[in-house]
Design a protein around this ligand. Structure first.
Ligand code: SF4
Ligand code: SF4
Length: 318
């Protein structure tokens, strides 16, 4: 039996209200479905029309052209983006790139991308730049995304971090340390200290789509999770996820249509075996065999990050 849940709520103590489903914009972009700008913007707009008011992107996703079109006249939509910048200069460049890219005069959430316990220290100058940008009204809240339990524990104790975007799913698929249970406990403690929490990878990058109601529903039901970001590339996926996050019944036909499209990482045949992608994957999902990249599907979380470093453009989540 589903239990209906609220559709909107506060993001920690940021003063920002978000829909509890966040549209993950990686999926529509060049690293994954590579939709045309109009097609991608249309999927975003269909999600907004359903009631979604929260979008997550990142500098490496190259999704700004879609957002620029879809966000026109939608100032109520909360936009989060992320950067790997670790210096103040790099952070400034990322902020200006994002502002120009999406055609806004502010960014709601600016996060440091994919932090671990150690990089949280190393990227401190970038965080401090975003805190100064926040004081000027260019950014409304700051924080970081992470696949690491230790980073969540550390972030919980940092007073100037407003938001944490952690990897959370029932099997801990994609965690770089700890277990699913340890991540859930660390997130609960961070939320109790006032951090805004929006989870990622509740569906394991698409691995759990066949059981989406349980996998996504479990994370969305946690009282210490303010929102859940899910990558979507079709209006039907948005419709399905929006129902699940609110604990509403899913029509059989919709469930079947979405589950029938499993995702995988495709390696094109012109791969040169250079191993750039192997070095980029923090999940140990890629190896070189017979001069070509080979994917271990049991480890791959379909994040698409390896695609951003391939000089031959031969990796894609399809
Ligand atoms: S980075 Fe691209 S070309 Fe190099 S091994 Fe990986 S898939 Fe092949
Ligand atoms: S192989 Fe690529 S898509 Fe899969 S987890 Fe590694 S970086 Fe992400």
């Amino acid at each position: 039996m589903n239990a209906e849940r609220r559709a909107y709520g506060p993001l920690g103590r940021t003063g920002i209200t978000v829909s509890r489903l966040c549209f993950g914009a990686l999926t529509i972009g060049p690293l994954q479905a590579n939709l045309s700008v109009e097609e991608g913007a249309d999927v975003l707009r269909r999600a907004f029309d359903l009631g979604v008011t929260f979008v997550d992107t990142a500098e490496i996703y190259r999704s700004d052209p879609y957002l620029k079109v879809a966000l026109r006249g939608r100032d109520e939509v909360v936009l989060a983006t992320k950067t790997y910048a670790y210096t103040a200069e790099g952070a400034e460049e990322s902020l200006h790139k994002a502002l120009e890219g999406v055609g806004r005069s502010w960014i709601d959430l600016f996060l440091l991308h994919e932090m671990d316990e150690r990089t949280l220290d190393g990227h401190r100058p970038a965080l401090e730049y975003f805190l100064r940008a926040k004081a000027k009204g260019l950014v409304r809240a700051v924080g970081f995304s992470t696949h690491s339990v230790a980073a969540v524990r550390k972030g919980a104790g940092l007073d100037d971090v407003d938001v944490i975007h952690p990897l959370m799913n029932r099997e801990g698929l994609g965690l770089v340390d700890g277990t699913a249970a340890e991540m859930f406990a660390a997130v609960e403690a961070a939320h109790a200290r006032g951090k805004g929490i929006y989870a990622m990878k509740a569906l394991g990058g698409g691995h759990f789509y066949a059981d989406a109601e349980n996998a996504l529903g479990q994370v969305a039901a946690l009282p210490f999770v303010d929102a859940v970001a899910v990558g979507m590339k079709t209006p039907e996926e948005a419709e399905l996820d929006w129902l699940i996050v609110r604990g509403l019944p899913v029509p059989d036909g919709l469930r079947r249509r979405v589950a029938a499209r499993p995702r995988r990482l495709l390696v094109e045949e012109w791969c040169q075996g250079c191993a750039e992608c192997v070095a980029r994957c923090t999940h140990g999902a890629l190896t070189i065999n017979d001069g070509r990249a080979t994917v271990d599907d049991s480890r791959c979380i379909l994040c698409g990050y390896c695609a951003s470093v391939c000089p031959e453009f031969c990796l894609k989540v399809v």
